[in-house]
Design a protein around this ligand. Structure first.
Ligand code: INI
Length: 154
């Protein structure tokens, strides 16, 4: 008989931390709304949810690292929006945030999920912040819930 571990989509009793960047707040506030709504609709009480605002995507990793090491949270959900401008700055911001959160997934003992949009246009970001393509904040929250359940069983 195969032992199969599957995560349930119930938030349980653990606390969830959300790190959200203020840069492109028009988009990130929608990602935050999607993430909180998703956690609550999967059973989390508002007391289980802590939101930390940071200036931009580059600042997400440090705060996510501190939260993940605090032993207060079952998971950390990272939300941001990097949108291409006229220079190559976008590439460096994307590199920094993806590398940082990626590294945390090796180092941290709790799940750190990636709800950072990396888009060529504002329209693409709007599509992923609660319109045509769903809400990437909600997806990152749902992933956190599933991962907490998986980790609890291992
Ligand atoms: N930060 C973002 O979150 N999104 C962006 O699109 C962005 N762009 O394109 O510049 C951005 N830059 C700021 C960066 O994250 C830092 O806050 C800043 O460099 C200070 O460290």
């Amino acid at each position: 008989m195969v032992t199969e571990i599957k995560g349930q989509l119930t938030a349980g009793k653990g606390n969830y931390a959300i790190v959200v960047s203020r840069f492109n707040e028009f988009i990130t506030s929608k990602l935050l709304g999607g993430a909180v709504d998703c956690l609550e609709r999967h059973g989390a009480d508002e007391k289980q949810i802590t939101v930390v605002w940071v200036p931009g995507a580059c600042e997400i990793t440090l705060v996510a690292k501190k939260l993940s090491q605090s032993e207060k949270y079952a998971a950390v959900i990272c939300l941001g929006a990097v949108i291409r401008g006229q220079t190559n700055h976008y590439d460096y911001v994307c590199q920094q945030v993806t590398r940082g959160i990626g590294q945390l997934n090796y180092d941290a003992s709790v799940p750190v999920t990636f709800g950072v949009l990396t888009c060529d246009t504002l329209e693409q970001a709007v599509e992923r912040a609660g319109t045509k393509m769903g809400n990437s904040g909600a997806n990152a929250a749902l992933t956190a819930i599933e991962m907490v359940n998986v980790i609890d069983q291992i």
